[in-house]
Design a protein around this ligand. Structure first.
Ligand code: LLP
Length: 424
């Protein structure tokens, strides 16, 4: 696997492009992505599971830019969607309907109808009411909907509480204990074709233990039904593969995971699906920002960036730690100069990191927040009337602005003033 961002001749590069050049081209704050790094991550997954019947469906919620979707779909990934908006986006990026899985706990009838008419590969149904609704929608269209039931296996993901989804008490899926009844119902509904089972226990999981424990529960169900002559075509094991947000941190051990999956599914004639999001794009992206001021306050040093929590919300929302590195390679001997790196937004939570080592950082310097390719740009807002950041994609020495910085006026262009407001 390649590192998307490396120092060369003292300057931080994305592939062959110096980040300083991107700052010149697009200003700050700007997201930059390495297309080669994304493709390499997908290839690493494909290689780890070579010889097994496995398909990867990119969870586009991680980064839904058309160029990212096109990069991964050109490299052989399908796409996992969670809304009608994501369906339209995926289709706009050129993804074939037959390569799309639809997950999500609250799909509306309109969304179900739209996806069914488009001919997507599979609905991951999360409840009995949703199953009945889909059956009715399908009968109305004179079709059968291919369905995988999402099971809540009641396995704790041992990750951050806000990104854990596979325990009883979480809103997701059908309780493992109630799965047999739900499946029996699914088989009895004429508008439903049972394709398989699905689960997803959480995100940023670096320990394969909880994952394989959950997979085993799904496999047990599949074996149980196979014995009764009810064959399932596909087991969808969801996403959740953890990445390295800091150097030296563990990421998921793919070889070990693939070996476990092979062992678990031995003799079971099923296709395995995975829905990785973060794994494919997180390390392939960075957020570039400029230091506006360095200020001392009651004994602490603050570096105030022109990027804020509206641009990258993960630190404020999940206590996430993203590395913050200068574009000029720091001198190894200079490990002093700890600063609190913060954004300009009027919220105390607008902090990217406390006590970070940013040797000699000065106003005007540009820095990169790494690991920002997943759940970065997609989670931005225009809070404090801050336009959405620009986005740039790099491959080799090619470098293109794939979204210009939002124009200020665009932030209110769709707002309307009631005509009676100024009337007396
Ligand atoms: N499949 C389903 C059904 C999901 O709900 C998710 C993520 C994925 C796949 C992809 O998970 P991944 O491979 O990316 O871990 N905003 C949070 C993460 C939320 C994840 C939501 N579901 C963050 O920034 O950490």
């Amino acid at each position: 696997m390649i590192d998307a961002f490396t120092y060369r001749n003292g300057a931080l590069h994305a592939e062959d492009v110096p980040l300083a050049r991107i700052v010149e081209l697009a200003g700050t704050p700007t997201y930059v992505y390495s297309a080669t790094a994304m493709t390499a991550r997908l290839k690493a997954l494909q290689a780890a599971f070579a010889g097994q019947r496995v398909r990867f469906f990119y969870a586009m919620k991680a980064n839904d830019h058309l160029a990212v979707l096109r990069t991964l779909s050109n490299a052989g990934a399908g796409v996992e969607i969670v809304s009608g908006g994501e369906l339209a986006r995926a289709l706009a990026a050129g993804v074939a309907p037959g390569d799309i899985l639809f997950a999500g706990v609250g799909k509306t009838r309109d969304e179900l109808a739209e996806a069914l008419a488009a001919g997507i590969a599979q609905f991951n149904v999360e409840s009995v009411p949703e199953l009945r609704a889909l059956n009715e929608v399908a009968l109305g269209q004179g079709r059968q909907a291919p369905v995988a039931l999402r099971i809540n296996p009641d396995v704790a993901a041992r990750t951050h509480a806000k990104i854990s989804t596979g325990s009883y008490g979480d809103k997701f899926g059908i309780a493992h204990d109630e799965a047999a009844d739900a499946l029996a119902l699914a088989w009895s509904l004429p508008g439903i074709r049972v394709a398989g089972l699905h689960l997803h226990i959480g995100s940023q999981i670096t320990d394969a233990g909880p994952l394989t424990e959950a997979y085993a529960r799904l496999v047990d169900l599949a074996r149980l039904f196979a014995e009764k002559g009810r064959r399932l075509e596909r087991l969808d094991f969801g996403g959740g593969f953890g990445v390295r947000y800091q150097k030296g941190q563990a990421s998921i051990d793919l070889a070990a995971l693939a070996a476990q999956v092979r062992r678990l599914t031995e003799g079971l004639d099923v296709e395995i699906a995975f829905e990785p999001g973060r794994f494919l794009v997180a390390e392939a992206g960075a957020l570039l920002a400029r230091v506006v001021y360095v200020k001392e306050n009651a004994g602490r040093r603050f570096a105030i960036l022109d990027a804020g929590m509206n641009d990258l919300v993960r630190p404020a929302m999940y206590d996430a730690r993203h590395e913050i590195v200068p574009l000029r390679e720091p001198d190894a001997s200079d490990a002093h100069g700890r600063v609190d790196v913060v954004g300009p937004v009027c919220e105390s939570a607008d902090i990217f990191g406390r006590d970070r080592i940013l040797a000699g950082v000065q106003a005007g310097d540009a820095v990169a927040l790494t690991g920002a390719g997943a759940y970065g740009a997609v989670m931005t807002s225009t809070y404090n009337a801050r336009p959405k950041a620009a986005e740039v994609m790099v491959r080799g020495d090619a470098c293109t602005v794939i979204r210009p910085r939002q124009e200020r006026e665009a932030m209110w262009a769709d707002e309307r003033l009631p005509e009676w407001l100024d009337a007396r």
